[in-house]
Design a protein around this ligand. Sequence first.
Ligand code: SAM
Length: 245
Amino acid sequence: MQALLLQGLAALMLGLFLMVYERLFPVMPVSIGVAVILQGAIAAFLARWRNLAGWWWVIQFCFPLALFFALALQLPPVMFLVAFLLFFVLYWHTFRTQVPYFPSSAGVWDAVAQLLPADRAIRMADIGSGLGGLVLNLASKREDSEIIGIELAPLPWFISWVRAQFSQSRGRFIRADYADMDFSRFDVVFAYLSPAVMSAVWEKARVEMRPGSLLLSNEFAIENQAADLIIQTERMRTPLYAWYI
Ligand SMILES: C[S@@+](CC[C@H](N)C(=O)[O-])C[C@H]1O[C@@H](n2cnc3c(N)ncnc32)[C@H](O)[C@@H]1O
């Protein structure tokens, strides 16, 4: 949202500059190409001024150029609407949750399977289950147990639901915000979210999860909360953190 507002501010600043410039030098108009580069440069400068992460400066600079070239292709406008709708149902509330979709690896699924209590049936939730890979994998390994994926974004939820139907998996998928779920219903909660939400996840787990239950987080640790286990194997790109409640 900030990036979008900064592009708007950059457009205003550029508009003012061009008005003044064209009064001063009416015989030397600024070409559209130069205006586009100026727009990107101002937006990148504003991103720097607002202390946005370094990659935003690059995006801000390239965005007007990308727009310029995309318009030059004269693609049917409906393509942009379709692309927007596709991203909308895929990423949904990412601007609010700060958790985009990216999948965990098969190495992580195996490490999680190893940590699940083997002596009894359990109920486990993947909070933010994406396309459902982890849930489907664990449901096939633990037929005695209930493995549930909770996903907010409609498209990943729908794809995982379809995958479960086709593979006749016992894994279940619920379209919901995990913040509204009662964690006391689960013996194990797995999260692959983002650093921005881990403190809140810990607070919810600490208050709601039963003693002896297990909280797992792929890649993202919890600030000021040392993990009881940290697992990293050759097949895992990222560590898996575990806390026994
Ligand atoms: C990084 S992906 C992880 C996917 C999956 N758990 C895996 O390991 O492959 C995070 C997912 O969490 C979902 N998500 C983010 N915030 C959520 C929320 N509050 N409730 C439910 N799902 C959420 C996102 O839509 C995204 O699909």
